[in-house]
Each structure stands twice: as C-alpha cells, then as structure tokens.
Design a protein around this ligand. Structure first.
Ligand code: GLN
Length: 311
C-alpha cells in the first residue's frame, strides 16, 4: 500500500498553501463566524488503523452529513415504506430548492436534499417528543463513532431556526401535500438539531465505518444495518450526496460521499476505509472546495475510486 500517512501530510501542506478556499456559508449566521483557513482529514481503515493530518481535532458542524445518519435510523424505523414519501433520484438542483416539489406532488427527489431530510426527520418524530428524536440521533452517532463526547451545538440550531425561511417554505409546502405528519415547526426543530451535531474529522470518519464494513459496527461486531442496506445508502451517497455537484464529485473522486455546508465531507471506500475531510470554504454548489479537492487527490493516489479495476 502507498504510504498513506505521508500522502495525507502532503495533502495538508498543499491545502494550507491554497489561496482560493471558497466561501464560508453565511446564510446560517453562526457558521459565518468560522475561520476559512482550516483544513483537516482523517482516514479510518477497515483494518482498524487510523491516519490523520491537519486540524483534525477541531469540531465542526456536520450539517447535511447528518442526513446519512438520520436516513439510516429512519430506514430502521419504517423500512422500505420510507420510499413512498421520498424518492431515490439525484435532483440536479441546489440542496434547498423548492422547484421540483410542485411537479412531484410534495415527494422530495431524495433523502439527501433538505426537503427529503425534513421528511426523514418527520418520520423519526413519529410517536416521539422532539427531544427524544434528537436524542436518538445523537446517541446513534455516539455509538457509531464509539465516542460519548459528541454533542449538538444548540447555538447553531437556534441560528438556523431564526433564519431558515427556505426550509420553513419546504416544510409547509410538503405539509400541504400531506407529506409531513407533524406541525412544520416541530419537524424543523428536529431537523436543525440533527444538522447542528458537531464532530471532528476523526469522530466523523469513525461514525462512517459501518458503511465501509458492509453494515457492521467494527468495534461492537454486530450489524448496524444489513449489507444490502449499507450498499444502498452508499449508492445514494454517490448519486445524491453532493446535490447538483454529485456528478462532478463522482467524476473527480469516484466514491460515495456526503457533504455539509459546515465544510465537512464523509467519504466511503467500501471494504477499505471511511474518510472525513473538513475545510469550511464552499464551492458554488455548497460543497467544501478544498475538501473535494483533497479527496480527489487522495482517491487518485490510493486508487480508491470505486470505478477503478479491482485486482
Ligand atoms: N442545515 C442546512 C440547511 O438546511 C444544511 C444544508 C447543507 O448542509 N447542505 O440549509
């Protein structure tokens, strides 16, 4: 195997020198305060080894990366019935777009755009108080990463609640179609708290390990989800995980990935490793600019694209 530790250090040096770092998301005021001059990367190999470089212990807001964990939980609650309320096709539109919802009767294209994840939050709220649904997701990521210190930044959730007019529009619109069972304000409160989970790169890479391990928790040994479900979640990450930049991410990096406007990306190399990268500056699709670039270099140097020949 190429020297992964050295490759990561080289990537971190290259990214530190980068002048054009993209723009930090400022539509959520709390996120706008984050310094763009940061970069971290972590790799959790399936054999248990862990490699890191850069600002790897700085916690960041995982934002839409939480959509992977909430989808996983919701599939556990309602199974394939979830697909009656959310589609499985790439949207080709920005993450917060409302245009398709009218044509498609309030059924969001996929669970990784905001509208889809709001429906997923609504499913997790069924039969629960909001704080129970929020606690369930938090405990789930703590269990996956085997780290009870992972927490939610309530100031980020509050900041988004105060300014989330687009998400409120999406939620109300879907409620009008009968695809939201709870009062929009309650469902959105749950959704914002999911997005406000904070993790550092190492914690995030560890939380994603089950998807690289055919659905098994590498420490606990038992199944988080079936192998088939892990494969399907990975497929959705590849096709929908970067919104209208998903095609480009598959083209350049070639692995399932999920980004968030906090600047994090979770990447999965099935059977090999779970990767997390963070750099807060975003490109025009709302995906981490240097994060995508770093994963492109890493995947190329390690030959990790899922489209590369297997030997
Ligand atoms: N909480 C953010 C929002 O709803 C998540 C978006 C993202 O990370 N792409 O706008």
């Amino acid at each position: 195997m190429p020297d992964l530790d050295q490759i990561l250090q080289e990537i971190a040096v290259e990214m530190a020198a980068e002048k054009d770092r993209g723009r930090v998301a400022s539509y959520i005021p709390e996120l706008g305060k984050v310094d763009a001059a940061q970069f971290g990367i972590a790799v959790a190999m399936n054999d248990g080894r862990v490699f890191t470089a850069g600002d790897v212990q700085k916690a960041f807001s995982i934002q839409s990366i939480s959509k992977v964990f909430s989808l996983t939980l919701a599939l556990g609650h309602v199974g394939d019935a979830l697909w009656r309320r959310v589609g499985r096709e790439p949207s080709g539109n920005p993450f917060n777009s409302i245009v398709q919802l009218e044509h498609e009767n309030g059924i969001p294209r996929n669970p990784f755009i905001n509208a889809g994840a709001i429906v997923v939050a609504d499913i997790l709220l069924e039969g629960h108080e909001p704080k129970e649904a929020i606690g369930e997701l938090l405990r789930f990521v703590q269990y996956l990463a085997d780290d009870a210190s992972i927490h939610i930044d309530r100031s980020v959730a509050a900041s988004e609640k105060a300014t989330g007019f687009r998400n409120a529009a999406l939620a109300n619109y879907m409620r009008a179609f009968g695809n939201l069972r709870h009062v929009p304000e309650l469902t959105l409160g749950v959704y914002y708290h999911f997005c406000a989970v904070e993790m550092d790169c190492l914690q995030l890479a560890r939380a994603g390990r089950f998807l690289a391990h055919g659905g098994r928790h590498p420490d606990a040994g038992h199944s988080v989800v079936s192998g088939e479900r892990a494969r399907r979640i990975n497929a959705l990450m590849l096709t929908c995980g970067h919104y209208d930049g998903s095609g480009d991410f598959a083209f350049r990096v070639g692995i399932p990935g999920k980004s968030g406007v906090g600047g994090g990306i979770l990447g999965i190399v099935p059977g090999v490793a779970s990767l997390a990268v963070w750099s807060p500056g975003l490109n025009e699709n709302g995906n981490s600019k240097l994060g995508s670039r770093a994963l492109e270099i890493l995947a190329r140097r390690m030959n990790w694209s899922i489209f590369a020949p297997r030997n």
